[in-house]
Ligand binder design. Sequence first.
Ligand code: HEC
Ligand code: HEC
Length: 223
Amino acid sequence: MPYRALPALLAATTLAACAPGVDEYEDPFVATGEVVALSGGDAGAQAACFTCHGMNGQGDGAETPRIAGLDEGYILKQLNDYGSDLRPHDPMSSIARRLSDADRARVARYYADMPPRAAAPAVSPAADRIAQGRALYHQGLPDQNVAACSTCHGADGQGLGGGNPPLTGQSPAYLAAQLRLWRSAKRHNDPRDVMGAVSRPLSDDQIAAVSAYAASLPHPSPE
Ligand code: HEC
Ligand code: HEC
């Protein structure tokens, strides 16, 4: 990829041409998303992402989601939404608010580049729950104006485009928690209230079933 080398070359040339004083060099330690992930960056050590999301960004199999391999723009949007109370959550909102815009962008890039792990989901939901959720996922509830989840999240739960996130590789507990948050409008960061409209008619049982089904879809494989 010869073009990709260009910015680096230009940067190197500029630096050399400016012959900067010490504080004009970019500190390589400050710059990378990896440092934010491991140290919490501007937000301090309690914000170090790996302590909750795991060394490989795979989440904890419960209510802390996988973030490895999600779309870069989606991750950045979520950090901004946590920071702005469109998606209020303790501790993510206070972590996001303490991260600079630059650190949010760097850490989003870092996790987007990290491959999702090819492995069985950490939690295997009960088979009858999965079967119950399948129809809802692929057909929705036409009588109640609930669109099929597959229209936006894909037939395999792989996500479609940058805006519609994958549901595979997330635990049933996390997926169900998000649907309940939308149903109560606590999470309201979805464009045009698409997820609000989808989740409001759902019962707790339907949420559990569709979450079990989506979580059972094949785990994403590394690219
Ligand atoms: C103290 C534990 C903790 C730390 C530290 C933490 N997270 Fe989280 N994170 C969570 C939990 C729990 C959730 C789910 C919150 C919810 O229900 O909205 C979450 C959700 C997210 C999401 C939403 C994912 C999705 O699929 O929508 C992103 C993105 C994220 N975290 C990124 C980060 C980044 C980047 C860092 C480091 C700067 C970080 N988190 C640090 C616990 C943590
Ligand atoms: C019209 C499109 C659309 C339909 C239909 C739809 N979704 Fe979504 N869904 C979205 C979008 C867009 C987002 C991300 C919103 C944001 O920016 O946070 C999302 C996010 C989610 C999330 C959160 C993922 C995460 O990582 O935090 C879950 C869970 C979810 N949808 C489940 C479902 C289920 C289950 C159905 C079917 C009952 C469904 N969705 C139907 C568009 C849709």
